[in-house]
Design a protein around this ligand. Sequence first.
Ligand SMILES: Cc1ncc(COP(=O)(O)O)c(C=O)c1O
Length: 437
Amino acid sequence: MTEQITLTDSMAQELIDTYGSPLYVYDEAILRRRCRELKSLLPLPNYRPLYSVKANSNPVLLRIIREEGFFVDAMSPGEIFLEEQAGFTPSEIFMVTNNISDEEIRFAADRGILMSADSLSQLARFGMLYPGGEVAVRLNPGIGAGHSQKVVTGGSCKFGIEFEKIPEILRIAENYRLRIVGINQHVGSLFLESESFLTACRLLLSVAVGFPDLRIIDFGGGYGVPYQGEPRLDLAELSRKLTALVTDYLKTCPNPDMMFYTESGRYISAECCELLGTVQSKKDVAGVTYVGTDLGFNVLIRPVLYDSWHEVEVFRRKTAGQASGAPEAAADASKASLAAAGTEEAPGSGCSPEYETVQIAGNICESGDILAKDRRLPVTRHGDIIGVKNAGAYGYSMASNYNSRLRPAEVLLLENGEQKLIRRRDSLEDLMRGVLL
Ligand SMILES: Cc1ncc(COP(=O)(O)O)c(C=O)c1O
């Protein structure tokens, strides 16, 4: 099962009242637990997990992930910059590129950051800029995996260099006296069953022997977390099988110091976060009930982008007349969330006026701006708080100012029980940043 933050009605209300709505809330303990699980995926001295910063790039979270012994990958100079702010050094950063400019190649290479070329032409560009240099290549093993065609990154897609083109890689490397020191792959995002991934790993290892200068083999990421009550990815089994593959490979590997990387984002940061927003209005249109919230796709775009499903729960806002210190409603909230997930019927559902089937809409001027469809939830009132689970990966990092809305604050619940604001909410002035009148 998924591991999520547990908030009570009064905690959710206090957080929203303190930091504003919407709000991303993170839990340090869960983040660290996920890191430790992946750190032990390959029990070998030469294994290093990388964290894929694209999933969530808040530097405070990056610092925690670094403390847990991770390196990072980067897709852009911006990610490298944020990684540096979090304390990562060049040797701890691996730039996994896609269609980057010469300027971006220089940004990484001049800092001593190893980059991986994603095409023959980018490998040649690197060779022209840094003849005699060290570089990695991203291979496409011809296999994909993932929750949506939009996140499958192996097989027929824009990423990587096919195995058949390895002779051309070697020819370009020879032309520019390049040393190919790394090979990497990433077959797709959010797999909960690891067979395709393991097959891709086997294929990658089978071609490694063709690269005489190799010192890094990066298997990529994509490890899924359950969003809808699915069984968890069996990490123990994955660990066993991957360790067996690698151990077998090492028996004939010419480089005994070969490093092995993985590159996961979602597995590390998804579950440690709940996004909170507020019910602002309700209406029925053509027999459909809309709960109108401030959770537009500018805040969390995954449902609109990929039809992603996030579990939703309702926290009751206490009205002025309600006694403070009333019994905590965590149990109520989780009951409501189970009902919302469709895994348990709400008491008396179907006839109880306490539950209703709704569309949770955002406040963006697009009819597709629906966060959750056909959810059976407790009847909400104005001011109630909607909690969206599993929001820590591809949540804030994909947030935008569309409709000139302000991106939310992010707050971290520390292991010692304190709260730490780790990003303030945007201000109106932020909307003018960079504008030249
Ligand atoms: C090259 C690469 N590495 C790593 C990742 C991280 O994937 P995930 O967050 O699913 O682990 C991605 C995601 O798209 C990717 O494209």
